[in-house]
Design a binder for this molecule. Sequence first.
Ligand code: GLV
Ligand code: MN
Ligand code: MN
Length: 410
Amino acid sequence: MKTTSLRIDTARLNRRLGELGKRGALAGGGVCRLALTDEDRAGRELVVGWMRELGLEVAIDRIGNVIGIRKGSQDGPPVVTGSHIDTVATGGLYDGNLGVLGGLEVIARLNEAGIATEKPLAVGFFTNEEGARFAPDMMGSGVHQGSMSLEQMLSTVGIDGCTVVDELERIGYAGDVPCGNFEAQAYLELHIEQGPVLEQEGTVIGAVTGVQGISWTEVLFTGTSNHAGTTPMSMRCDAGHAAAELTTFVRGLTREMGGAQVGTVGSIRLEPDLINVIASKAKLTIDLRNTDARKLVAAEQRFYAFLEEIAGKEGVQVEHRSLARSEPVDFHEEVIARVESHAQDLGHPVRRLPSGAGHDAQMFAPNCPSGMIFVPSAKGVSHNVREFTEAEHIEAGGNVLLQTLLELAG
Ligand code: GLV
Ligand code: MN
Ligand code: MN
């Protein structure tokens, strides 16, 4: 299909990004809208209001996913777009939000132009994509697409001791629509790249080829707390030291494996967490990712072996549990090619690239033709209050989304 002359209203889309960014705004800039908090509720209410203004039929399912549907001239499964509006605690205005509000901007332009698509179009925001409060990540889309169990996810306990089900009820988003109540014809998500590649190359559009595999583990070392001044170094069972060794090991592992292997220790909590007391407990999280499924397994095996080794050396106990695990995902060749060709028709430099971050799109990929559009992240910064994308890049991504959705929906 040829690219049509219809274009998004970038100023309106940016205004909405700014408005949504006021829900959970942090004093120094950026946003904290952790899933199912009061701030998330405020963001949800704003976006649901916009969905209704645009004439979408809004459904809330049991895991709190919100899907707005615009009817097509034919019945049948909708073409779905969207993303998430929850953020990490130190988030920006664009991660996830761009995909949801970009989808609403497409609907607004279709309404204004009086265009009916053959297939219905749906814009969704999926609960707890970030996984920053409740692990695993991509929870809402995972349940929607049947790769996660609703009951298990509802009983997930967050970092603050609250459960998903209680928080859904508290904020009024425990919907009654069954999860996955419709099949998607196709799924397409607009998102910021969250890395440096597009900007460094001067490329404007990324046609995303897939998402790397992700392995999240929580480790608990239990040692013995004792006096920092009187306990000889040879007699310590120091959980804090084991955590530090593990952190250094993870960096060394990525260096040795090279290639696409990345590894992060993003959280370390010590007990009792005092200057003159040897730590009796250290709880830390390890995030390992690789585009190659076998290499990710190899990284995990070396990590598990090191856990035993360091626990033995330091004389501490070790326990670990998986918080999230997803295999690398390939997006659909036809969707990737359509994104590429619309970007070219619109005159934007485009390249194919894999995603380093997890996305709702990966949950749809096994069940329907799926893909993503990336736009540059200034300085490659994301999960950071300084996250930023230029208006001209938002415009480019929004227009590629509009054209590709129009083609997919007929
Ligand atoms: C989600 O944002 C992730 O990739 O951690
Ligand atoms: Mn995201
Ligand atoms: Mn994110």
